[in-house]
Ligand binder design. Sequence first.
Ligand code: NAD
Ligand code: TYD
Length: 352
Amino acid sequence: MTEGSILVTGGAGFIGSHYVRSAVTKGCEVVTLDALTYAGNLSNLDTVKDVSNHRTITGSIADRELVAQLLAELRPTTIVNFAAESHVDRSIDGPDAFIDSNIVGVFVLLEACREHLKCCKNADRFRFLHISTDEVYGSIEQGAATENDRYDPSSPYAASKAAADHLVRAWSCTYGVPVLITNCTNNYGPYQFPEKLIPLTISKALQGERLPLYGDGLQERDWLHVEDHCRALDAVLSNGKTGQTYNIASGETRSNRAVIEEICAILDRLSPRSDGNPYRTLIENVADRPGHDRRYALDGSKTRVEIGWTPEIAFTAGLTDTVHWYLENGHWIETSRQKYDGSRLGVIAQRG
Ligand code: NAD
Ligand code: TYD
């Protein structure tokens, strides 16, 4: 675990809130900076709301003045940057926010780090950990992408994350900012906003709604439990070499159809439908996502060998626990779904 205070950006979102809860519980001094977009939810941080080693500040990583002020006041030894617009479909509907948060926001953070390092007493210990995604490598026909593979992003989301990774590397090479980059595969687990495949499927199934499967449903993703991801991030902070990139993968690859069918089978056991029909009868093939990447796969051997991290949660066990969590947290899903419907309607209205 890191020493000194940690600034976690995007800490009210899905992965960030897991990271914050875990770091605060371990006794770290944590400040969360989050713009509280539709995906940010302060109730994700309820368990660490009233503790002396955590506070939350509402604001954007793209706000230069705020970020500079915060670093000057807080003097963090670690910044973990989760803050981003994160949903591919939204990036297709309206890419502007992805450029602002994912590219300009990272630029602002890097410039603030550069300034901070000039007067930072513990500059040798300072780390900027940037959280990125497997999507930067694009669709992988065969094998798995290594950290040295060419970036080939397909969606506006993936392109914005790729651009940010390039900025982070450049600020390391040119200005010596001590950065670490992690590229992770698809996460799942509690508190994931119900616009992503797994929580969307669970929440729609529980409402008896159709379960949309894009195209032929044979696209493949590697699924990693969010707690395994957060453990990997701590291991990279402890053992990673600055300037380096680390892929984080579970190796648990499934087609989208297989994932939805597995959720349906778990729900059939845990919460059978009142009409006696299996949940899988709700699956509906819908139009494909434009530019839909067929397959993501990462070679995670560098992280396993050099960092000494391996995932602990097998997909079926993690998915079953996740379904349990959504069954027990109906209120959380309900409030998130209201935000989902409202914000999607906003996007559609903008498109005219
Ligand atoms: P999320 O959408 O659940 O959370 C993002 C958080 O960032 C929200 O709390 C939001 O309010 C905040 N945010 C957005 N723009 C901001 C800004 N300009 N300033 C401050 N806060 C802002 O996303 P997530 O799934 O938790 O993803 C977190 C990070 O991990 C992202 O950078 C994403 O690219 C990366 N990632 C996600 C996955 C995944 O499967 N979810 C996989 C690999 C990498
Ligand atoms: P998603 O959870 O949006 O993550 P990402 O696009 O970052 O991989 O989608 C996961 C996969 O599931 C992706 O191939 C698109 C597909 N998908 C569906 O088939 N139906 C849906 O309703 C959604 C949201 C996604």
